[in-house]
Structures are given as C-alpha cells and as structure tokens.
Design a protein around this ligand. Sequence first.
Ligand SMILES: Cc1cc2nc3c(=O)[nH]c(=O)nc-3n(C[C@H](O)[C@H](O)[C@H](O)COP(=O)(O)O)c2cc1C
Length: 325
Amino acid sequence: MKTRVTEIFGIKYPIVQGGLAYLAYAELAAAVSNAGGLGQITAATLRTPERLRSEIQKIRTLTDKPFGVNFAISRHDGRYEELLEVAIEEKVPAISITGGNPKPVFERLKGENIKTLVLVSGARQAQKAEELGADAVMAVGQEGGGHLGREDLGTMVLIPRVVDSVSIPVLASGGIGDGRGLLAAFALGAEGIEMGTRFIATQECVHANEKYKQAILEANETDTVVIKRTLGAPARALKSDFAMDIIDREHKGATYEDIKDLISGKANCNYIYDGNESEGFGWAGQVVGLINDVPSVQELFNDMISTANKGLNRMENIIVERTHS
Ligand SMILES: Cc1cc2nc3c(=O)[nH]c(=O)nc-3n(C[C@H](O)[C@H](O)[C@H](O)COP(=O)(O)O)c2cc1C
C-alpha cells in the first residue's frame, strides 16, 4: 500500500493504532508497528515523565519501526508539557494530539524532526490543524469508541467533508474494524485509517482484562452508549448498568461534581483492569458489532489486507464501465 501516509510516517500500511487510555503501552504499540502500521503509546495515562521515558525506551527494544506517542492535551491536568519534553528528548518518530487547542504543541515542535497527527471531528478543526502545520489529520466519526466530537457526525459524511477541506492527508477513524472498513476509507478519499476498539480485542493488548475483551466479543452494534454528553464531552462506552446509571444521572441534571467519581480514570480502570462491572465502565465503539475474535495484531493485519483485496475485486466487478487514465 502506498499513500502519502505511508510515505510521511515511513510505514508499510497506513493503519494507525489510536491512543488508548490505560491500554496503549509498549507491547501493543510495538506489535502494531511490527505488523507494518503505526503503533502508539498513550502519554496521558502514563502520567509521569519517568514512566513515559521508560515506556519509549521499552518500545525501542521491541521494534525498530516508527511509532507514535499520543497526547490528550486537555485531559491531563496541564502536565502534558513535561511529557512532551520527554517525547522530544527521546526523538520519537511521531506524535498525535487530541482534546484541545494544539497550537502550543506545534510551537514547541518547530524545528524538531517529529511527524504530527491531529485528531479532529469536523472540517473546521481539520483546517486549523493544517494551518498549524500538521502532517495529517485523523477524522473521528461518532461511531467511534472513547471521546467524540459534539456534532454527532458519522464517519461516512465526515471523511469526504474533511478530505475536501484540507490538502494534507486524512485518516478515517470511527467504526473501522476490518478490511472492508479500510477499503471504504480509501473510497471516501482517506489515505489511511485509525482504529481504537479493534485493537483492544487483540492478543497483544495485554493490559485489558479478559472480561472487557469478552464483552467486546459478545456485544453487538447496539450495545454501546454515549456518556458525558450533558457535560459537553460525549464519549462512547460499552452499555452496562454502570454506564446507564451515569446517563440517568445526567438526564436528572447531575453536574460534573456530582458524577466525577463515576466518570473518572479510576472508574475506567476498575472495569478494564479488574473486570469489576459494578464499579466502572469501558470505552468501546459501535464496531464491537463486527468483532468476533481475539487475533494477534499480525493476524489482524493479514486478514484486513486480504479482505481489502477481495473487496477490491468485488468492486471491480460491480463497476463494469471504467475509464483508464
Ligand atoms: C478504550 C479507548 C480509549 C481511548 N483513549 C484515547 C486516548 O487516550 N487518546 C486518544 O486520542 N484517543 C483515545 N481513544 C479514541 C481512539 O484513539 C480512536 O480515535 C477511536 O477508538 C476510533 O474509533 P473506533 O473505536 O471505532 O476504532 C480511545 C478509544 C478507546 C476505545
């Protein structure tokens, strides 16, 4: 596969593993990079500069391929700057930025040889990222797991809109879990994809509790809900009594203070690490409806590439009249 994304990031396949709070550590990121994609370590949940540095050093023992570090810049108690310094000192190949105004990050990265990806949920945000100097944007539709845009735009409309709005490459994200989604992203004008939920159900996502993985396998496409919508920070999680209780409280007018313990990182970890469903929740996207196995990342990539090729043949048979330029 050859797109501007494979060229800019020096990868074989234009497939990026999204930042995954509390789950995206060296093991998973290295597996994705070794399979030919761009794996990422999530800085925010590592919290301290020392831990981020040691995770970056660890991934370098597991792969010699490019990888990225994800920065959720608004959800990090203002401490992302220290972590960013570590990523710069360690000369990481790429960083992705989400959650807030990326301008200060771009100012700090000037002159550094680090490729940048910005997560966006709309055309205007994508243009802003391009103006600031992003190498590519990842546009996330409302099907996706974790935090979403507030506009409820589905991937199918969002991607061509963003593609038409910028000249830098666009990666499609939200609802992609197999080779059909990969091919569809190309059809919409994207030059690559980002996946989050699909990577949780892989062998190398070693930090996810078996209950969480099993719930992803068992869930169908209607088994996710959006929490925190009334707080202006919508985010998609597996449907559960715990998640429904949060939504119920929101509908009754709960403030951030009222429910902060229920939506905290601790509540997230209670479920995704300890499998305690009465004390926490797990992020996941609608693509859970398409996930039925827990392959290795390499097996997942092999299957996606072969399915995309089959889909391409199928499309060639559908579009019988073609112009060759
Ligand atoms: C468990 C989980 C945790 C996430 N944590 C982060 C994060 O820390 N930073 C980030 O940029 N995106 C995060 N996301 C969003 C993903 O990077 C990605 O944009 C999203 O999962 C794409 O949609 P999909 O789940 O349908 O593939 C998370 C998603 C999930 C499912």
